[in-house]
Ligand binder design. Sequence first.
Ligand SMILES: CC(C)(COP(=O)(O)OP(=O)(O)OC[C@H]1O[C@@H](n2cnc3c(N)ncnc32)[C@H](O)[C@@H]1OP(=O)(O)O)[C@@H](O)C(=O)NCCC(=O)NCCS
Length: 152
Amino acid sequence: MLTFTAINISHAKICAQLDSLCFDSEVFDLTMIQSLLSTPYVSGCLAMEGEDAIGYALFSHSGGEGDLLTISILPNKRGQGYGKKLLMEVFKMATAQKIEKLFLEVRVSNQAAIQLYQNQGGKTIGRRANYYSIANSTQKEDALVMELPIKI
Ligand SMILES: CC(C)(COP(=O)(O)OP(=O)(O)OC[C@H]1O[C@@H](n2cnc3c(N)ncnc32)[C@H](O)[C@@H]1OP(=O)(O)O)[C@@H](O)C(=O)NCCC(=O)NCCS
């Protein structure tokens, strides 16, 4: 069974470990995560399977708007609905912050994430050229900018 734990600074190390296992490039390292979690404008949750953290998400919030900073599920736990459940938990937390929509960037090639967001009513509202680096390559990849209505 999946449960959720609100993230605080004491979870920074586990979040950094998850990030390194879930992303090939543009990994959020410990310093970055500690810095994000040191502000009052970033919240998030860990997805727990028993005692094991299997994913996490962070979002920022201010002035009634929010940005989904990251969301990930460990590779061997994907495709079982956990990403969707984690996003629903983010929606609950965002609602508590009086946020009605989240903005996010996603790689144009990231079909899994794009599908996850579109299934929840996410719409593409822009594109940023050469926004992401690509692992082991000098090439860059575009980002789609999406707007995600909060639905709970
Ligand atoms: C994106 C991610 C969090 C999805 O997690 P997940 O647990 O595999 O997702 P779920 O099993 O909950 O699937 C959610 C939806 O996306 C769809 N989906 C999942 N993987 C997919 C894939 N590879 N291709 C197309 N659709 C996919 C599912 O069909 C599901 O649709 P539904 O809502 O109709 O049931 C996961 O792939 C991940 O951690 N990726 C690496 C990190 C990342 O890219 N994060 C996003 C950064 S913007």
